[in-house]
Every structure is written in C-alpha cells, then in structure tokens.
Design a protein around this ligand. Structure first.
Ligand code: PXP
Length: 245
C-alpha cells in the first residue's frame, strides 16, 4: 500500500489570511499523524505565501513520521533545506503568479539548474524526489540525474472531465510509472487527488507514496464545521447562564 503524505499547506494558507497564529500547521501535522498519516508534506515557497520558516523549523522537530519538503531549485531555498534536513526534498517548479504548482519540473529543459540543486542536496545526504509530468522522457532524465524518487503530477488525470480522457491520463501515469520502476527510482504521485479518483492511482504497480492536501483539508473543514459551531454555541450559552434578558 502506498504511504500517505498529508500536505498541510492549506492550513497555513488559512492562518496567513489573518496573519495570526491559527490554525497552526504544526498542530495539524500532529493530528494528521495521530490519524495515521505516513508523512507530512509542506511547500516552502519563495514568496512564503503559506508555510513559513518557523513552520519548517518546528515541524522538523515535531514530525515523527517523514517530513517531505517541496521546494524550488533556487540556491537560497536549497541552503535552507540543507540546514533543516527534512527526510525528503521534492523539487518542484515554482512561478510566483501561479495558484498552485501547475506543471511538473522540466528536468530536461532545466537540466543544469536541477542538477546543481540535486548535487548540493545529495552531498548533504538528503533524499531527493523530482515532481514531473508523467512523461517517460522526464522520468528517464530524472533517473539519469540520480534522483531517489519521482513524483508523477496527477493534475491532468484529476482534471479530466470525461471518462475517456481520464483513462488516457491514467495510462500515461501507468507508463511513466513503469519507466520509473525500470530506472530503479521510487514511484510517488500527487496533485488533485481526492476521495473518488485516488483509488486507480493507488493501484498503479509499485506506487510507494501519494501526497494529498486540498481534498483532505476541504473535507476536514466541512466535517469539522458542525462540531465547531456547537462548541461556539456552548461557549456563548455558558457565558450567559443566569443573565437576565
Ligand atoms: N505534490 C506536489 C508536488 C504538490 O506541489 C502538491 C500541491 O502543493 C501536492 C502534491 C498536493 O496537491 P493537492 O493539494 O492538490 O492534493
């Protein structure tokens, strides 16, 4: 069975909306681990739009499973990763204007930059995974660079609105997965996976890790809302017991 890495960036996004202290991604990580998460995934973006340096520092201390740090190949971020020593680094492309990571890393087109970041990370003894589109050529280039894993971008599969398109995208994931296994790297996948589309990806042979965030946090918000409203009603009720109206 593949490991589940829970991406908690969206908890940090909600905190950043108010610039305060809650909800704290460090607490979220502990709850996810107590619920059975096999790892915690965070993306320290150059613009720090959600996860902050403080989160990385504290999560490195508190995560008991595996801490997977997604990041760009920028030298300054690579330096932070080397200092923080996550259990795994996943290199992703990053554009400031994007809403989320929109495509995979172009390991072929960006070969020199990726190789330089990887060399520094590997010299520091860190495990490196490359987040790429399900394209056998990108997989082969990742293997040749000495990555320990590739994470296949499942966005096109997740976004497919017709069954035939989804089947074609799944086939691309399966083929890219075979190339990864043949190349001797671990197989991971993620992006856009939810409670209805995860099954077929989990069944891809030798799938070792799935990183999932948005659908889990979305469900948590709705599943937890009833309890949160009840708790607030109770606070108001307790505070006003005995007051004349
Ligand atoms: N894996 C990678 C490399 C990502 O960049 C993301 C999004 O931050 C995810 C997995 C999780 O995607 P989602 O939030 O759509 O589940």
């Amino acid at each position: 069975m593949p490991r589940l890495g829970v991406n908690i960036d969206h908890i940090a996004t909600l905190r950043q909306v108010r610039g305060g202290r809650e909800p704290d991604p460090v607490w979220a990580a502990a709850l996810a681990e107590l619920a059975g998460a096999d790892g915690i995934t965070i993306h320290l973006r150059e613009d720090r739009r959600h996860i902050q340096d403080r989160d990385l520092r504290l999560l490195r201390e508190t995560v008991r499973t595996r801490l997977n740090l997604e990041m760009s190949v920028e030298p300054a971020i690579v330096t932070l990763a080397i200092q923080a020593r996550p259990d795994q680094v996943t290199l992703v492309p990053e554009r400031r204007a994007e809403l989320t990571t929109e495509g995979g890393l172009d390991v072929i087109g960006q070969h020199a930059r990726v190789a330089e970041a990887m060399a520094r990370l590997r010299d520091a003894g860190l495990e490196v995974s490359l987040f790429i589109d399900p394209d056998p050529k990108q997989v082969e280039a990742s293997c040749a660079l000495g990555a320990q894993a590739v994470e296949l971008h499942t966005g096109r599969y997740a976004d497919a609105s017709h069954a035939a398109d989804q089947a074609r995208e799944l086939e691309a994931l399966v083929l890219a997965g075979q190339t990864a296994v043949a190349g001797g790297v671990a197989l991971h996948a993620g992006h856009g996976l939810n409670y209805t589309n995860v099954g077929a990806v989990a069944r891809i042979p030798r799938m070792a890790e799935l990183n999932i965030g948005h659908s889990i946090v979305s469900r948590a918000v709705l599943m937890g809302l009833e309890c949160a409203v009840r708790d607030m009603k109770a606070c108001i009720q307790n505070a006003t017991i005995g007051l004349a109206r």
